[in-house]
Design a protein around this ligand. Structure first.
Ligand code: OSB
Ligand code: MG
Length: 372
């Protein structure tokens, strides 16, 4: 049974404040502006998706203000009123629209949730997932001081998280990692630069080898593969690519050229679960480490990340963490929680496996639209 005929697509933009501002080498976010997608088919079944575009075009070119009209005017009309044989067919409908993976993924992931709910299976199982729980790590933004950073690391470890990622940028790199490593010698530790360095920084990046990091994430330009391959030949720390991996084709290119040993997969960055599954199988077949990143998602996006992470190729702890790290209240029930062993249970219910809190979404809505 397929995803059915989608009769109605509802868009909501919600404003959701973060408990603490999140800072990376590209800037700071204090409040999320998130686009949610709600599909309804002819039989009344629903599917939910969340657009991971941020509040400005600093991670990639997409942001809330471009994703909204792209979804509303271009992509949603390609789905509405037409039979979809399966959620896997959704991406083909969008193929003639270039780029805009986050806008596409908001709808594509909703199609997968819809199909899973209609057929009454967990989304994780529909995607091919086999794990009952997934390993969870945290991403800690740039902090006002080293003491605050060390305190945060300590608290996340006490909560059970299996791996700590800290953000770095030029001038806030060696000293931060030195201090974290000195205080927590044995932990699984990594750093994410969000493209803040150039190949000419190789001597500095080589100094990080002594901290025995699990990996360094996206040290060089957001669209680069060639320089990452050169850098990987000069450093011992495994390179993980995030921003640079936007398709299955460039995942293969990055792997074959030696630009990364690990991939941070974000379903929104690659246009949906379909391409995410292709990249998972590429990594699994070639022994490339894989984990799910995060984009400060609210519960719907978080739930999609959990379902995807249940696939066997996700071999490393991801950035998918508890709702309570970011929000006072989530838009799903129950919120995402993490066990004292740093694991998140994959919910057994149909679809994303969490209840969407319509009351809360209503209260947070700043704009809405219906395509029918
Ligand atoms: O580079 O992984 C990143 C958040 C927003 C944009 C980019 C990134 C991040 C994170 C946070 O690191 C991950 C999360 O907890 O959602
Ligand atoms: Mg990253």
């Amino acid at each position: 049974m397929g995803a059915g005929t989608i009769e109605r697509i509802e868009l909501r933009q919600i404003r959701l404040p973060l408990l603490d501002p999140f800072e990376t080498s590209t800037g700071r976010t204090s409040e999320r502006q998130i686009i949610l997608v709600r599909l309804r088919d002819a039989g009344g079944a629903e599917g939910w998706g969340e657009c991971v575009a941020g509040e400005n075009p600093t991670y990639s070119e997409e942001w809330t203000e471009t994703a909204w009209p792209t979804i509303q005017q271009i992509l949603a009309p390609l789905l509405v009123g037409r039979e979809l044989s399966s959620a896997g067919e959704c991406a083909a409908r969008f193929a003639h629209v270039r780029e805009n993976p986050m806008a596409k993924a908001a709808l594509e992931t909703a199609c997968w949730d819809l199909e899973a709910r209609r057929t009454e299976v967990p989304l994780a199982r529909l995607l091919g997932g086999t794990r009952a729980e997934i390993a969870s790590g945290v991403s800690i933004g740039l902090q006002p001081s080293l003491d605050v950073l060390l305190d945060k690391v300590s608290r996340e470890l006490e909560s059970g998280y299996q791996r700590i990622k800290i953000k770095i940028k030029p001038g806030k790199d060696v000293a931060l990692l030195e201090a974290v490593r000195a205080k927590f010698p044995g932990i699984a530790l990594m750093a994410d630069a969000n493209s803040a360095y150039r190949l000419s920084d190789a001597p500095l990046l080589r100094q990080l080898d002594r901290f025995k990091l699990m990996m360094i994430e996206q040290p060089l330009a957001h669209d680069d593969i060639a320089d990452h391959a050169r850098l990987q030949r000069e450093i011992e720390t495994p390179i993980c690519l995030d921003e640079s991996i936007r398709s299955a084709a460039n995942a293969r290119l990055a792997i074959e050229s030696g630009a990364c040993r690990i991939i941070n997969l974000k379903v929104g960055r690659v246009g949906g679960h379909g391409v995410a599954r292709e990249i998972e199988s590429i990594c699994r077949e070639r022994g490339i480490g894989l984990w799910s990143g995060g984009m400060l998602e609210a519960g719907i996006g978080r739930a999609h990340n959990i379902a995807l992470s249940s696939l066997a190729g996700f071999t490393l702890p991801g950035d998918v963490s508890a709702s309570a790290r970011y929000f006072d209240e989530d838009i799903i029930e129950p919120p995402v929680t993490v066990s004292s062993r740093g694991m998140i249970a994959v919910p057994p219910g149909p679809g994303i496996g969490f209840t969407v809190r319509l009351d809360r979404i209503e209260a947070l809505t700043v704009r809405s639209a219906v395509i029918s």
